[in-house]
Design a protein around this ligand. Sequence first.
Ligand code: MF3
Ligand code: CO
Ligand code: CO
Length: 266
Amino acid sequence: MLRKRNKLQLTAAQRDSMRAAGRFNAEVMDHIRPLVKAGVTTAAIDDAVREYTKAHGHRAATLGYQGYPKSCCTSINDVICHGIPNEYALQEGDIINVDLTSVVDGWFGDQSETFLIGQCSDEARAVTQCSFDCLYLAIEALTPGCRVSVIGETVVREAHARGFSVVREYVGHGLGRAFHQDPSIPHFPNRQSRIDRLLPGMCFTIEPMINAGTRYAKPVDKADGWTVRTRDGQLSAQFEHTILMTEDGPEILTLTQDGPRRGHRF
Ligand code: MF3
Ligand code: CO
Ligand code: CO
């Protein structure tokens, strides 16, 4: 019996629209990559994202999203996610996650990378490597129609084996013509993720946030309403890709030209 397509399963033409959005988003990451160095402010990175995106006729999804003021998120050291670009200049030894989301002809691309600024501690390198490897192991675990929970099972197993913890308060998500939509993609197994399946034509992110210490986040920073820090002040690292599930398996839509590839050693 032929099963009807559900509304999260994109047609061939819609998949191409998502591919274009992911490709452009990755291009923005390659564009700002050379800037992510000691001495550069996160505001300068944000300016470059905004200007490049605008020059290409697109828009950054975060700008104005629920009142968010900038075109990307820059999350440094103990910041788990949603750090707001400002006049802070990157320093040798920092780790910084740059999270980019763009809207191309109404379709969303979303990805992030953690960058090591100069010489970093062994722990900074290890937690960054762990997040990167968790992302790729989770992608490799995907098969057409698999349960969402394979992602959380893979990430938790790997992170715990390396002595790190997995953030639960923030998760990956479906995306398409909306920034955040079903299914929810937790990086730990839960009841819903054991039910939800990743069918051909579905698009979603995987974006494991891995902490050096406790998995718990502090409440959102009251001063800016966005910044999320680890409760114990220890490091947190994250990588994110937008994925399309196809009839043949997962396709990464946000692969960069110049960034770290599968198997990269930091
Ligand atoms: N890009 C983030 C994600 O991966 C969301 C950022 S929303 C913002 O889902 F408003 F904080 F920018
Ligand atoms: Co995302
Ligand atoms: Co993102």
